[in-house]
Design a protein. Sequence first.
Lengths: 74, 74, 74, 74, 74, 74
Amino acid sequence: MADWLTTLHTDTPQEGFELAITLARKGVAYTQPDAEVRDKLRPAYAEHADSLTAASHVIATHFQTIAAANNYWK
Amino acid sequence: MADWLTTLHTDTPQEGFELAITLARKGVAYTQPDAEVRDKLRPAYAEHADSLTAASHVIATHFQTIAAANNYWK
Amino acid sequence: MADWLTTLHTDTPQEGFELAITLARKGVAYTQPDAEVRDKLRPAYAEHADSLTAASHVIATHFQTIAAANNYWK
Amino acid sequence: MADWLTTLHTDTPQEGFELAITLARKGVAYTQPDAEVRDKLRPAYAEHADSLTAASHVIATHFQTIAAANNYWK
Amino acid sequence: MADWLTTLHTDTPQEGFELAITLARKGVAYTQPDAEVRDKLRPAYAEHADSLTAASHVIATHFQTIAAANNYWK
Amino acid sequence: MADWLTTLHTDTPQEGFELAITLARKGVAYTQPDAEVRDKLRPAYAEHADSLTAASHVIATHFQTIAAANNYWK
């Protein structure tokens, strides 16, 4: 796998949030490396409220890390 | 997507809590970008106690980040 | 919504724990603002062990924040 | 409810772990204040592996707080 | 119950990880003190992927605590 | 079990992320030591979106620890 994460630094909190989303998805992609399978799972998943909440929770966990890494963009 | 998160600073803990709610919802919105689909999911979801608890947990996780970013509004 | 959270400071750990409970419930109330619906959900929920554990987990997450905000009441 | 949490300080990590268990149970007890109902729920719950894991997770979350409060008993 | 946790200090990260596993199991054992019941639950549980992931999550939570207690073995 | 975790230090955030994946899997492997059983569970698991999200959550939790251990690779 090519380099995809060279720094946790971002210029803004929003970019940090978007990096958190990337990390959450990478956690899935490492576990299920077949992109076709992941694409197949997406429709059902994205229409299931509890699945979306669970995805949002993973993002929140990564955002904690990234926010700390950026000293909360103070 | 337009700028929606330029700072984690809030004037009061309550505004911080409300920002945590925004972040929790944004985590859902990035995963399911279709607002119509999200609106369709809401009624069932909002009448299911475990779904509400899970949503509250995501808020709690973001509130940790925001509270730290604001030095706990001390 | 009126002001309901002006400080994370509490005099004792127990009051901090009770504030954590308030925050956990507020996370639910912002997501489901209809108090009647929430009251309707309570009986079933409060007799389901896994739901109670999940609620306790949200409280634990908020208590982390509040304990840090109070420097652990040292 | 009488005073039940006046300090997060404990003499040993083990006492801290046991306090974490107390906090996890208190989170349940505040949500379901009827002890008879809680006792009725226990047997099924305590024979369900996933329920036990979830309970252990809440304890782990509280133990983080208590360990930090005690500066990790260093 | 005899003394089983007198320190969070470990010599290596791996021993810290193994201590995290012990803490996760102790959280279960305090909730279900009957070892026979726990042994009966293990086979089904250990062949259920989601149960294993949940157990791994509890371990991860305790490992955070233990890693911090050991200043990350720096 | 041979030494598999001698340091939390990694050269890059990406290696830290990959170490988080290793830790998440080790948490499973200690709980279900039979590699054949784990291999048998993988196919179903890796095609279930909620299972993948849960795995991603464990990775996120470990990544918090590893990122802190590396001072966020600043």
